[in-house]
Ligand binder design. Structure first.
Ligand code: 3NM
Length: 209
């Protein structure tokens, strides 16, 4: 998959009164280079409609587009990939459907990360690093989990969960170079500026590579 560093996920509950497309376009303009549609509430048809709209937006900006949970919707709208949790279709089955498209897997402990890598995931999510209202009942894994993944796992990973501008330095110091945020980006009054600020923090660790 193409390299990425700032992964923005939709979270419509964080921007009442503003359209999802407008907020995500601002995030892209600020430097988000991978976008995920995550909608736990809508009907399949509502999610499909949003997926088509986000596919069009991300294609216009040449940004990678991922659909959370729904392989059928990802395929229908020609997304670049799908993101799956531990209780979704097993990777081997998802791969039959997705072919060469991207499959990302959420992981919460090293055994899950090892399994995802062995089974051919393209990238993994590593989290939730900190407590988060976006995924309320998940136990934080802390930056220790990042250090474990950094030591053992070769495929790309993205740190997620409770990551804010005020704590992202801890995540970067632990070794992560790809950052994902929902509420901090889409709940910001200025998502583009928030993304630029994240990118500046990441570049402070990567030297702008
Ligand atoms: N997945 P926020 S944590 C969607 O650990 C999601 O797999 C997580 O939202 C995981 O940036 C999370 O608002 C919520 O904390 C991220």
């Amino acid at each position: 998959m193409r390299e990425f560093r700032l992964y923005a996920i939709t979270g419509e509950e964080y921007h009442p009164g503003r359209s999802m497309l407008e907020v995500m376009e601002e995030a892209i303009k600020g430097g988000a280079d991978i976008v995920q549609l995550r909608d736990k509430k809508g009907t399949k048809r509502e999610i499909l409609e949003k997926a088509y709209a986000l596919r069009e937006l991300t294609a216009r900006y040449n940004v990678t587009f991922i659909v959370n949970d729904h392989i059928d919707i990802a395929l229908a709208c020609e997304a670049d990939g799908v993101h799956l949790g531990q209780d979704d279709l097993p990777l081997s089955e998802a791969r039959k459907l997705m072919g060469k498209r991207i499959i990302g897997i959420s992981t919460h402990r090293i055994e899950e990360a090892r399994a995802a890598e062995a089974e051919g995931a393209d990238y993994i999510g590593v989290g939730p690093i900190f407590p988060t209202k976006t995924k309320e009942h998940a136990k934080p894994v802390t930056t220790e989990y990042i250090k474990q993944v950094e030591r053992e796992i070769k495929i790309p990973y993205v740190a997620i969960g409770g990551i804010k501008l005020h704590n992202v330095d801890d995540v970067l110091a632990a070794g992560a170079r790809r950052i994902c945020a929902v509420s901090e980006i889409v709940g910001s009054p200025d998502p583009a500026e928030t993304c630029r600020a994240f990118i500046r923090k990441i570049e402070a660790y990567t030297g702008g590579d």
